[in-house]
Design a protein around this ligand. Structure first.
Ligand SMILES: Cc1ncc(C[n+]2csc(CCOP(=O)(O)OP(=O)(O)O)c2C)c(N)n1
Ligand SMILES: [Mg+2]
Length: 498
């Protein structure tokens, strides 16, 4: 039975872990004669708190799909990451001393050859964009409870890609994403623009819609509270802005410029630093309690492995072309089966024979590939409306079929003989609101008040849709016409008269 530690014991255990990570980072970089010890030690308390208390994962199975993930976006602090995985027992601590040697997978920057690395980092500004994608994937596709943690440097955080990712993370309300910035006030050669102006960092990230928490990055009890606050924050991503000192714990280096990317000299300089760190250990026999990943299954069999794109690494391929091919490989059509049949299979899984379906193809070098499949029901193809009436996620089913996943045949609610989607058209002009009569709960208005409707010329000018069911299709059409006439769009001018 797991016995819960007291708060004091937990703090001692985590502080000791952070000290160990600092010692291992110094040892490894001194032995290699290169590397970034000062970048490792500033983030050691953050990493210790995550790895030994906050993250839920299986230390023996770093690829477990329900594990919380950690992305070291400031990849030059790789020795810290390696030290953490050695400390959780994935490999022998002595291997750390082979850092940056020929033949060792412990390269100067992490690569996915290592089982605990999802993304090669080192080129700054990549971790958050990837973390956003992984969080989106966990939420929308895998529906897994895993949380994504991305550690960035403060110098790194000015990269444009970071702010593009910040925008997207907010847009998709990725509350399973928690970024951390190690605000140690130094980049490579100079102090950063904001140095330790933590309120400026808070204002920027809050302005981008993130839940921003400013914290002393060497105070483990504050870090624990911050990570918990982030986990409880719903509807938006969180960022922990951790005020730290570069070279923390290394006498004469701590908070000093000109120590980026420089190892301590082997011998006296290293030995003294390790002695100083060793003195920080506090007596405790307690061991941390790493939380396992949540028991989770989305009930789906894993998709078949994707075939890689069929061009050579030496071929010149335009980026748009390559992106299209990559997309097509995410949702490949079944070999020989044909895209239309894939969509039809999804439709007939609903018990609808010969239902019209809709498929977007892209013709790539490997032939036609499915990019998107959906099914049309009663004249429209709005999967959301179809779901409201049948209780079945038609689009999701079609995508599963395209992915080659086993189709869980759902129990659709019986349709009353006929169904039709009727699109709605609003009078041109500024839109002020809409009156929808009771009983039309499946009416969907596409626009918000303030939008200016144009005369109907193309599909995008439509104002909304209603889905109507009835005993027969003719009856459904008649009911839809009647219902559409009862929906009243208010223009801004008419609203002012009220
Ligand atoms: C895109 C990119 N530009 C430049 C570099 C070179 N570089 C490596 S580390 C570093 C400084 C990083 O500073 P910061 O993000 O504050 O990390 P710290 O080491 O202070 O934790 C730079 C500029 C890089 N790796 N990637
Ligand atoms: Mg920095």
């Amino acid at each position: 039975m797991a016995v819960r530690m007291t708060e004091d014991t937990l703090l001692t255990v985590l502080q000791n872990k952070a000290t160990q990570l600092r010692i291992d980072s110094v040892r490894a970089t001194s032995e290699a004669g290169s590397g970034h010890p000062s970048s490792c030690t500033s983030a050691a308390d953050i990493v210790a708190t995550l790895f030994f208390s906050i993250m839920r994962y299986d230390p023996k199975h770093p690829k477990h799909p329900a594990n919380d993930r950690f992305i070291l976006s400031k990849g030059h602090a790789a020795p810290l990451l390696y030290a953490a995985w050695a400390e959780v027992g994935l490999f022998d601590r002595n291997d750390l001393l082979r850092l940056r040697t020929l033949g060792s997978d412990l390269e100067g920057h992490p690569t996915p050859r290592l089982p605990f690395v999802d993304l090669a980092t080192g080129s700054l500004g990549q971790g958050l964009p990837a973390g956003v994608g992984m969080a989106l994937n966990a939420k929308r596709l895998d529906r897994s409870p895993a949380r994504m943690y991305v550690l960035m440097g403060d110098g790194e955080s000015v990269e444009g890609s970071v702010w593009e990712a910040a925008e997207v993370g907010k847009h998709y309300a990725l509350d399973n994403l928690c970024a951390i910035i190690d605000v140690n006030r130094f980049g490579q050669s100079d102090p950063t623009m904001l140095q330790h102006d933590m309120e400026a960092y808070r204002a920027r990230w809050s302005g981008f819609g993130w839940h921003a928490i400013v914290v002393d990055g060497h105070d483990i009890s504050k870090l624990l509270a911050a990570f918990q606050e982030a986990a409880f924050t719903k509807g938006r991503p969180s960022i922990i802005l951790a005020r730290t000192l570069k070279g923390k714990g290394l006498p004469s280096i701590e908070d000093q410029p000109d120590w980026h990317g420089k190892p301590l000299k082997k011998g006296e300089q290293t030995d003294k630093a390790i002695e100083a760190l060793t003195r920080q250990f506090r007596q405790s026999a307690a061991q941390p309690d790493i939380q396992p990943p949540d028991a989770w299954t989305n009930g789906k069999k894993p998709a078949k492995a994707m075939a890689p794109p069929n061009y050579k690494s030496t071929d010149s391929v335009a980026t748009r072309e390559a992106f299209g091919v990559a997309l097509a490989h995410v949702w490949p059509s079944r070999a020989g089966d044909g895209a239309a049949q894939v969509a039809e299979a999804a439709v007939s899984a609903l018990g609808i024979e010969n239902g019209p379906s809709y498929t977007q193809l892209r013709i790539g070098p490997a032939g036609p590939q499915v990019v998107e499949v959906a099914a049309r029901l009663g004249g429209g193809h709005d999967a959301e409306l179809a779901q409201a009436v049948t209780g079945v996620d038609l689009n999701g089913l079609a995508i599963d079929a395209a992915l080659g996943l086993e189709l869980a045949v759902p129990q659709p609610q019986a349709l009353a003989g006929g169904a039709v989607t009727r699109f709605l058209v609003a009078p041109p002009g500024p839109f002020a609101g809409v009156e929808v009569p009771e009983g039309l709960e499946h009416a969907r208005i596409y626009r918000e008040p303030g939008y200016v409707f144009l005369p109907l010329r193309r599909g995008a000018d439509r104002a909304g849709a209603i889905l109507v069911t009835a005993d027969s299709r003719d009856e459904a059409v008649a009911k839809a016409d009647e219902a559409a006439n009862r929906i009243r769009f208010l223009t801004a001018d008419a609203a002012n008269l009220l």
